[in-house]
Ligand binder design. Structure first.
Ligand code: CMX
Length: 466
């Protein structure tokens, strides 16, 4: 288990459940840096706003459902409310209305750093406000104070075989962490439903704080014989601590992690990991169980695992056509991928119809820090060659790259070469968005999710009758 550079008393206090956990870290009078206090002032106002909206407009139609949508993965059906972010098909993601370049500009940065701190993004996602430096620092401190993981989870991780996929280890450890759930204790003690959000918030803060320790333990166990985990430094930010526990102290790598953990956080509510977390949470399963379910979805090759698949595919490409192939050779390789019934990983998207801005900002990072890297050059060449081919197939709706097409090359450059691990990094970041949303799900009192399904026979009958 990671050791703690924080006074033992303070650490113990911070691990306590309930509203006292935030207060041990700063004086009560300093309300502006108290995230829970800020949130508890916003929630009643938002509850009233939504209540009034539903009263005046509850029966207004916002869309239609066609037979194709039902067989086609529910594309385009507006069926969810999701507060932290909205995805535009052409423009990409906006976190509480802010694009990625805007977030890069306005969110607080580490001293001497250029990339936003994920703590600030979390504050933005959950409150809707751009935080101050002091507010972000308070979140860093709070996550450091809540970061210790229970010994049964450490033992379980240490007992796993190295051959077990890191995402399987990650999901299992998150599930087992529900021994710590504040929500479970509150629910079983009969807490009123108006207080659910408070317990979900505590679990959210604890879980986000513990994820880097869990993820770094998995990395050290799987690739470094369990050695060298190190400790959480209460004076450092979340990404610095995560990088350090992984064993990376290059300041550029830490900056990359700050960017990476910011941009992978949220992609509105309908994607598999977000929707699953929301769905499972709607049964009042606690945030640990809900998030673990989301992580099992992120582990699929059409979703988060695509970042691993991109590297596997690039390695195969290199071994077959070399490091700097001609465009013609590259085209042949891509067509062979398609003809053998496989997808080109990192390309296409269910909603986006342009190059993913998460791809673009990683490309800009590469242009700034590793413009001459041979793998980056290959990734750039693939960017030029793949889209026209996917268009030529006549069926791919979005031929452009998504976030997963670029993350691996950056990690490879800084020495994090274990590609099976990449989706765990994605998962650590994804917690910020989906757990912020889960707090709001409970604050707004959203009910158990239960859409209607039809059999093909019944659907045919309904269509005939219509
Ligand atoms: N390579 C080859 N074929 C592709 C393709 C790609 N990159 N993207 C889409 N297609 C194919 C689909 O498989 C589908 O083929 P069939 O009709 O034969 O089944 C057809 O084009 C139409 O699909 P679509 O409507 O364009 O895409 P979907 O909304 O169904 O799927 C996605 C979206 C992301 C699953 C798909 O583009 C894909 O498989 N991409 C590669 C995997 C990937 O990069 N996933 C990561 C996405 C981002 C993330 O969640 O992390």
């Amino acid at each position: 288990m990671a050791l703690f550079r924080f006074s033992a008393k303070r650490c113990l206090e911070a691990q306590k459940i309930g509203s006292t956990a935030t207060n041990v870290l700063r004086p009560l009078s300093d309300a502006s840096t108290d995230l829970k206090k800020v949130l508890s002032e916003k929630i009643p106002k938002e509850q009233e706003r939504v209540k009034a909206f539903r009263k005046s407009h509850g029966s207004v139609k916002v869309g239609e459902v066609t037979v194709d949508m039902m067989y086609g993965g529910m594309r385009g059906i507006k069926g969810l409310v999701w507060e932290p972010s909205v995805l535009d098909a052409d423009e990409g993601i906006r976190f509480r209305g802010k694009s990625i370049p805007e977030c890069q500009k306005v969110l607080p940065k580490a001293a001497g750093g250029a990339e936003p701190l994920p703590e600030g993004l979390f504050w933005l996602l959950i409150t809707g406000d751009v935080p101050t430096d002091a507010q972000v620092k308070a979140v860093s401190e709070e996550w450091a104070a809540r970061s210790a993981i229970p010994s049964h989870v450490t033992k379980m991780l240490n007992d796993f075989p190295k051959s077990l996929h890191p995402m399987t280890q990650f999901s299992a450890a998150i599930t087992a962490l529900n021994s710590e759930s504040v929500f479970v204790k509150a629910y079983s003690s009969g807490v009123h439903k108006s207080k659910y959000w408070d317990a979900v918030y505590e679990d959210t803060m604890n879980l986000i704080a513990k994820l880097p320790v869990v993820a770094a333990t998995i990395y050290r166990n799987t690739y470094q014989n369990g050695k060298g985990l190190g400790s959480v430094d209460a004076n450092k930010d979340w990404s610095w601590n995560f990088s350090s526990m992984l064993g990376y102290d290059n300041p550029q790598f830490v900056e990359l992690m700050r960017l990476y953990l910011t941009i992978h956080s949220d992609h509105e509510g309908g994607n598999v990991s977000a929707h699953t977390t929301h769905l499972v949470g709607s049964a009042l399963s606690d945030p640990y169980l809900s998030f673990a379910a989301g992580m099992n979805g992120l582990a699929g090759p059409l979703h988060g695992l695509a970042n691993q698949e991109v590297l596997v595919w690039l390695q195969k490409l290199r071994s077959q056509v070399g490091d700097s192939p001609s465009d013609e050779k590259l085209k042949d390789f891509i067509w062979n991928t398609l003809k053998s019934g496989q997808v080109v990983p990192g390309y296409g998207h269910a909603v986006l119809r342009k190059t993913d801005p998460r791809y673009t900002c990683q490309r800009e990072f590469a242009l700034k820090h590793l413009p001459d890297d041979s793998l980056f050059k290959l990734v750039s060449q693939v960017y030029k060659v793949v889209p026209p081919i996917l268009l030529e197939t006549g069926k791919v709706k979005n031929p452009w790259p998504n976030v997963d097409a670029h993350s691996g090359v950056l990690l490879q450059y800084y020495g994090l070469k274990e590609m099976n691990y990449y989706t765990v990094l994605f998962g650590v970041s994804r917690a910020l968005g989906v757990l912020a949303a889960l707090v709001w799900d409970r604050a707004l009192g959203l009910p158990i999710e239960r859409p209607k399904s039809l059999s093909t026979d019944l659907l045919m009958k309904s269509v005939k009758a219509a």
